[in-house]
Write a protein that binds this ligand. Sequence first.
Ligand code: UD1
Ligand code: MG
Length: 445
Amino acid sequence: MNAIATVILAAGAGSRMKSKKPKVLHEIAGRAMVSHLLGTVTELSPEKSIVVVAPKMDDVRAEVSPAETAVQEEALGTGHAVAAALPSLNGFSGDVLILYGDTPLITRDTLDKMIATRQSDDKTAVVVLGFEPENPAEYGRLVTSKDGNLQAIVEYADASADIRQINLCNSGVMAINSAYIGDLIGALDNKNSKGEYYLTDIIEIARDQGLNCKVVVGDEKELLGVNNRMQLAEAEKIAQTTWRNKAMSAGATLIDPESVFFCHDTELGRDVIIEPNVFFGPNVTIGDDVRIKANSHIEGTTIGKGSQIGPFARLRPGAELAEDVKVGNFVEVKKSSLEKGAKVSHLSYIGDARVGTGANIGAGTITCNYDGYDKYKTDIGAGAFIGSNTALVAPVKIGDGAIIGAGSTVTKSVETDALMVERAIETQKSGWATRFRKMKKRLKK
Ligand code: UD1
Ligand code: MG
């Protein structure tokens, strides 16, 4: 096995995205496209991993940190971008994998095939990953000879009508023998319709030098290039199908898979049941036997074994739910721990709080955690019972086993096992309603 270096091209402006943000930072399943690629190439344990960025792309640099970056001073084409990475490859000997930052769904298996093909013979200078998309659209076309060797890549903008008939397209991914890469890139020019240094031209250059170029054919699902928002949505769809299948293969039930949206890092236990219309943001871990009921939105949350969530629950970052917890409809939980068996069944906001073991939070309870400047903690003891429509004005502590009467506004800490009620005195006037109605009817006549 030769050593591997990877170069991810990410310096393009991505103008077709019509975005303030660099293209490669647009997310698929909650993760920037460029980070999907970095994650995949890391599996190959490359000796070097370089991301090519434009001069002002500090945000891309921060996203890929600590990966090494090389700066392409001006976006003069994909070949020019690879040239910007060459100084970082000085002294490297082995195979260089070039990946495009806008082609994020490629898998390690496919990269392995590329490397194996490249290494099968020393005269093979370049291996290109081709694919046959349903709609070849504006992809570059691969021109092959009868023996299957690659002769040239012709960019769509420069292709004749005949060449545009070719279905075999360029995914952009290449494996290049490091012995030849400097010469091949050095020989590029920009005499084409876009006036760019096309990486794709190295094929004809290699052929002219008597070197071999080969094609590995991959799956369209991995090789979709994202140039605009429609393609971003297509890539998201493909990625979601992959994640849904992975979840089901690992033992989760998705009642309506197409309506469940995962994040790249969602972790599910066994026998988790997910009802329709559930969305997972980043950083969610779910234990075994959890049921997520319909229409819930969950991010930055850990859910313990046997818990029941939703329908219509919102779990926000920092929600830590132990085992057998219940969070019911129209409940929002943020940065709070709910200990074993705690129940918040209806219409509540729990923020910056601890809810002790087995505590029961009545409908409409609000932890008033914010005074417009700072956030404060609410601490609810084990077995406490909070009556409906209670405002807990933080900082406040409710002792173990305490009961809070419905409708209370609690501003002072409550002792263990105490009853606390804060309520105006109720007044009842017998027959008042009847007299009121009679008076109103008389006035209407
Ligand atoms: C490119 C290929 C095309 C292929 C398609 C696959 C070339 C000339 N064309 O076209 O054959 O079918 O990808 O999706 O390579 N980039 C830079 N610096 C630059 C220009 C681009 O770093 O100066 C980066 C971009 O950030 C992007 C990648 O290279 O991640 C590809 O560039 P893009 O402009 O999207 O090329 P395509 O037109 O899609
Ligand atoms: Mg592209």
